[in-house]
Design a protein around this ligand. Structure first.
Ligand code: FAD
Length: 450
């Protein structure tokens, strides 16, 4: 890690490609929401994304379902889906559905999720950003943040064309990795004493016999106990390299195609990988592809309906759940989540369980028939005036983050960060000084439920 210097300030920003009101760094769910809502409020908005498309972990990582829209319910099998998150999350959900790229709600343990088509997700993002008037730069990486007289003034961009700067009045760090925060030398934490959640290589199988799948799995996308037992036996007898035994399989909007959330990647001796380090990330990519093939081999050999299945899609990049977590003005604590606390400065509800992928067995702690609200202050890094975070790097305890990091909530973090940006620029103040009740009112006007 020592060779990767995270703090680099430019002396001066030159040459300058553009000057805008706000730069949104990263085009995952949070970045797409932030950029769209900024532009809709009349701000000259630039979104910078290092991939050739938006979607982040949802698309490049093929995470595949929108979690966090619905409330967990004790008697889920007899309950109708109870949606508790709306606003931009609902708008984007409806857009994918209108394009035919979404399933109906599916049962996942004690709650519901919807599974989306990743190609349609990225096209929906292209459309919504264009309609709002956002300028996008794909295949462009933010590598540096510039500061003058205590305020952020510009970022450095790198692409195959070379290096340039963009000046802005406000900066939204939606990189998932808190890249701007780290490059500014601001404080952050990293998992539980440096150990983050395991990455996963997601994949999709085609030509699955649907009736056989439903006969065995029933209506729950979490695998039946019998499959857990068989995966354990297969692993212990060294017949298959299938260390994770509690896996999830989601029917998709395409007939006979299933999304597979099976792998759980660790180092060669079982140690946690540090995916900020390119060496560990490379290992995760390669071992992830091998692990996906191995789970497919297990399914073909052992699970009725999967005998003739084909592995038609693997995530372009290994799915990273967690890296840096900022030190925010407010911290989302484990107690806040477990006790379903409602916050006066809440910007989104969440009933998603603490879904912690770490160690040998993933933990699922359910928040049943209730939800908590994520405070706005979790998005504001300590020690900044005009830089805000949107997305999974919000300020949260390790286990709290394992609940708060999912897609529906990330959309709404972007939504809130964008409204805060417009209010900050109008008021000539800092993010800390923005009236949170005004953010909430505007979010409610935009359809959010708070
Ligand atoms: C394996 C896995 C399975 C998951 N399953 C689900 C699920 O089923 N349902 C669910 O709701 N959630 C799931 N999640 C979580 C969810 O996908 C993420 O939490 C969510 O995508 C985070 O959104 P984000 O916008 O905060 O960040 P990200 O999605 O990580 O997006 C960050 C974006 O920033 C870009 N970026 C990063 N650095 C730079 C830079 N320096 N310059 C320019 N661009 C940059 C990245 O390319 C990326 O597009 C899963 C995650 C993983 C890893």
């Amino acid at each position: 890690m020592k060779l990767w210097n995270e703090v680099a300030f430019a002396d001066k920003a030159s040459p300058v490609l553009r000057e805008v009101d706000v730069v949104v760094c990263g085009g995952g769910p949070a970045g797409v929401a932030a950029a769209t809502v900024c532009a809709r409020q009349g701000l000259d908005t630039l979104l910078v994304e290092k991939n050739g498309y938006c979607g982040g972990a949802a698309v490049a990582g093929l995470s595949g379902t929108i979690c966090g829209l619905f409330q967990a319910q004790q008697d889920i099998k007899n309950a109708d889906p109870k949606q508790i998150v709306f606003g931009f999350a609902e708008e984007f959900r409806a857009r994918i559905a209108d394009k035919g790229g979404l399933t109906d709600p599916q049962i996942y343990g004690k709650t519901h999720v919807v599974t989306f088509d990743p190609h349609i997700w990225r096209e929906a993002a292209d459309d919504i950003l264009e309609e709002a008037g956002v300028s996008c730069l794909y295949h462009t990486t933010v590598t540096e943040v510039c500061k003058e007289d205590g305020a952020y003034t510009a970022i450095r961009l790198e692409s195959t064309a070379g290096s340039t700067f963009v000046k802005a009045k406000a900066f939204i760090d939606a990189t998932g990795d808190a890249a701007l925060v780290a490059k500014s030398g601001l404080p952050y934490t990293y998992g539980s004493n440096g150990a983050i959640q395991n990455p996963t290589m997601m994949f999709r199988l085609a030509d699955v016999v649907e009736e056989d799948f439903y006969d065995y799995f029933g209506v729950d996308t979490i695998c039946p106990p019998d499959l857990t037992k068989r995966l354990t036996e297969a692993y212990e007898s060294k017949t298959y390299a299938t260390p994770r035994n509690r896996i999830w399989v989601f029917p998709t909007s395409q007939k006979s195609v299933f999304l597979m959330n099976c792998t759980q990647l660790a180092g060669q001796c079982g140690e946690m990988l540090n995916v900020i380090n390119p060496e560990d990330r490379t290992y995760a990519e390669i071992s992830g592809r091998r692990a996906a093939r191995e789970y497919h081999r297990f399914f073909k050999d052992n699970v009725k309906g999967f005998e003739n299945s084909q592995l038609v899609d693997m995530a372009p990049e290994v799915g990273v759940r967690q890296t840096r977590t900022i030190q925010g003005e407010t911290r989302l604590t484990n107690d806040h989540v477990v006790q379903c606390t409602k916050a006066e400065d809440g910007i989104v509800r969440s009933s998603w369980p603490i879904e912690l992928h770490a160690g040998d067995v993933s933990k699922l702690h359910w928040l049943v028939d209730d939800y908590y609200e994520v405070p706005f202050g979790t998005l504001i890094p300590q020690g900044t005036d005009n830089l805000i975070v949107a997305g999974r790097s919000l300020s949260a305890d390790h286990e709290a983050l394992a609940s708060a990091r999912v897609t529906a909530q990330c959309f709404e973090y972007g939504h809130a960060a964008a409204i805060a940006t417009a209010l900050m620029l109008q008021g000539g103040c800092t993010y800390k000084d923005v009236d949170v009740q005004q953010i909430r009112r505007r979010m409610i006007d935009n359809g959010s439920a708070l």
